[in-house]
Ligand binder design. Structure first.
Ligand SMILES: Cc1cc2nc3c(=O)[nH]c(=O)nc-3n(C[C@H](O)[C@H](O)[C@H](O)COP(=O)(O)OP(=O)(O)OC[C@H]3O[C@@H](n4cnc5c(N)ncnc54)[C@H](O)[C@@H]3O)c2cc1C
Length: 386
């Protein structure tokens, strides 16, 4: 059994002061009203130009982000790498959707691939498809709508941005993951990702898709792409997650009077998450897996499976958590000899605010998560006092 309770290992990199500040942060964001009010206030204050950057930098930003630029993440990357935990540079600026912004995001993702090529602490790269093409286009293509001439151009540019990133990833030998987003945009992303896998995964898994197992149809989709890849002879890279947009998905389905794409309950999501990881772990000759989760049971199950298959140290499987969360899982898995990589968000403070607000909301609404962090941090502070 892994020991996820080892707080000394989990928080070795954090000073007492950092832990005290994390304790204050997690106890504050466990209050939903405070999060609602604080988020609105921070967005307003930034909009009207109040000088709150310093306050944000010292609190939520420091907890959940590596820095404002790629280079400024180096210290965190190296510190974690010394403890056996690697990083994925996650450009987390959101809400910028003009063609110039999309081109800028493309060049930043390209820089993360180049950085990864030079730094052993960064084994993978990632992008959000809506950072490279407008949401409206992903939605329209997913729905099979006919695009007008201007939309055709936007779609061609989005595809070319992504194709060129996949080609760069192949040259650098750095696997590149598509993040998964809302279900109504996902079909276009899945189809494009499969095309990229067919092109770039001939010799090894370079392009990865993400499957959200809170969708009841994803296990079936996994089996579908499995047959395609077996028939056509290319590798499959997959990040498996539970899914981040459950409330939004259910609400949209209800508003439109269509069936919800989400599983009936949490147990069904858990079951399919674990089943997908096991399916892939049994086929590592053709697959690579990133298991993106903060769930201890799922981490334990996958760790047991890899250990019993004699594949504990395979470079085909990474456990992955978000920076600033679940260090007890990341650092204990790494100490036990598994490969672990943390998403390390970066970007200018103003632009990563939506990401930070989501982290705060998630820690409020996903029952137990901030409570768990708080309990472990408090335990470690008590242990250090002796
Ligand atoms: C490294 C990493 C990368 C990620 N990348 C993505 C991504 O690309 N796209 C994305 O959407 N998310 C992504 N996520 C977020 C992820 O999908 C989850 O929202 C988050 O990790 C919480 O799930 P969990 O497995 O950690 O743990 P848990 O706390 O065990 O599970 C919580 C999750 O279970 C599901 N759930 C909760 N209640 C119910 C219910 N009543 N019925 C059905 N399902 C329920 C929801 O998905 C919820 O988020 C990523 C997470 C990590 C750690």
């Amino acid at each position: 059994m892994l020991n996820f309770q080892n707080t000394e290992l989990a928080f070795k990199l954090r000073s007492d002061e950092e832990l005290r500040s994390a304790r204050f942060l997690f106890s504050s964001i466990s209050n939903p009203r405070l999060v609602r009010f604080g988020s609105k206030w921070a967005l307003w204050a930034l909009r009207v130009g109040l000088p709150i950057n310093g306050l944000i930098r010292r609190t939520v930003f420091r907890q959940f982000c590596g820095g404002e630029s790629i280079r400024s993440c180096t210290a965190v990357i190296e510190r974690m790498h010394d403890r056996g935990v690697q990083s994925i540079l996650d450009y987390s600026a959101e809400g910028k959707y003009g063609e110039e912004d999309l081109d800028r995001t493309h060049s930043i993702i390209l820089s993360t691939i180049e950085y990864a090529q030079e730094h052993p602490g960064v084994p993978l790269a990632v992008f959000k498809p809506t950072g490279l093409g407008p949401s409206a286009i992903w939605t329209a293509v997913s729905a099979g709508k006919t695009l007008n001439a201007e939309q055709e151009k936007q779609w061609a540019r989005a595809k070319e941005r992504i194709r060129s990133l996949c080609a760069a990833a192949q040259r650098a030998n750095i696997p590149l993951m598509f993040d998964a987003e809302e279900s109504w945009m996902q079909k276009a992303m899945d189809d494009l990702c499969l095309e990229m896998m067919r092109t770039f995964n001939q010799e090894r898994p370079i392009v990865f898709n993400t499957l959200q197992m809170y969708r009841h149809d994803r296990l079936e989709y996994l089996k579908e792409i499995d047959s395609i890849s077996e028939r056509d002879g290319f590798y499959i890279g997959l990040k498996i997650v539970r899914g981040a947009y459950m409330e939004k998905e259910r609400q949209r389905a209800q508003e439109r009077g269509v069936p919800s794409p989400i599983q009936p309950d949490k147990a069904a999501t858990d079951r399919d998450y674990n089943a997908a990881c096991a399916f892939i772990a049994d086929r590592l000759d053709r697959y690579a897996l990133v298991a993106g989760s903060h769930n201890e049971q799922s981490a334990q199950l996958l760790a047991d499976l890899l250990t019993s298959n004699g594949q504990k140290d395979t470079d085909r499987v990474y456990f992955s958590q978000l920076y600033g969360m679940s260090d007890h899982i990341s650092f204990n898995l790494a100490a036990a000899g598994f490969r672990v990589v943390k998403y390390l968000p970066f970007g200018p403070i103003q632009e990563v605010m939506p990401y930070l607000i989501r982290r705060a909301e998630e820690n409020t609404s996903v029952g137990g998560q901030s409570g768990r962090e708080l309990q472990l941090i408090s335990e470690e502070l008590r242990r250090r006092k002796g």
